[in-house]
Design a protein around this ligand. Sequence first.
Ligand code: SAH
Length: 350
Amino acid sequence: MVAKTLAERIRRDGPLPLPDYMGAVARAYYAQPSVIGAAGDFITAPEISQTFGELIGLWSAVVWQSMGAPAKVHVVECGPGRGTLMRDFLRAAERVPAFVAAAQVHLVEQSPTLRAHQHALLGHRASWHDNIDAVPSGPMILIGNEFLDALPIRQFERTASGWMERYVTVDDAGKFCFVLRPGEVAGAPPAQPGVIFETSPAVTEFAAKVAARLVRDGGAALLFDYGHRTTAAGETLQALKQHKFCGLFDSPGQADLTAHVDFAAVADAARHAGAAVYGAIEQGLWLNRLGIKLRGVQLAQGKSPEVAREIESAIRRLIEPDAMGALFKVIALAAPNLPRPEGFLPEDGA
Ligand code: SAH
């Protein structure tokens, strides 16, 4: 459906900017019945181990205390998927009952299908919004796991005569493909012809907005994603279907399109808006500092050897460098008056 609509639009109006294509395709993709989990296209940290959401819940409780324990705090999750992270978050946060009592849970989610999943787990507890602008103002703790990678990007290609921008068009066979148009790009490193450079105005706008709110109303944000700590050239846009990579234009609206996050750009945008920035650091390092292994040992107590092994191997998957521990990074943005949040050290760089 989305493919037909987009192809008609291109035939009528000419090539589409890549962000417009990605935005339309993502809306169709996430509205499908099952995208996350073993039966879907990809699996995420909260779906692998309950410890992920639990540690984030405890981290948030400590942030809330450091904010002066306000009587009301917005706990916002962007792109909550099946709602698993927030369920584990709230269960663990019960250790600090006053935090849970103060927490007003807001879920920023555009997919009606995923909203239904979230409602099944959190219906009594949360309210839903289409975007961050719709979340009421006030002190906030914001969480996002694999949210930024789903936002649209722009791609530039170095040619003999300079940078050109990739637009999406349709070929004679009716398949989507790229076409180059003149395009300006700031901040691209020197590159040979053929090299691709990506930017994400959607990601940097989001970071700037969140940071501005934190500076104004107080609080912190914690964002996990795969990506790089310094800006670099290279193509990272990828399509994933049933846990396998496929061509970008093979199954429009039926494959997950994501790009690696440029955490340097996130940090710059947040700092520019006046926020303090911690990291990005590797997810494995952060989870280890928060005591994920100890939590695993605790969880395994009294369980069968088989279950204990499963708990341990799920945690290994999140922290080991050759699994998700190194490719995934975590960055914290905070109001400048907050102390350094848990899991980040001065030597991590800010
Ligand atoms: N955080 C979840 C899901 C990650 S998938 C997990 O870790 O399992 C990406 C999530 O972001 C989905 O919930 C998807 O519907 C949502 N999403 C993607 N683009 C969005 C947008 N522009 N606005 C709001 N939500 C979006």
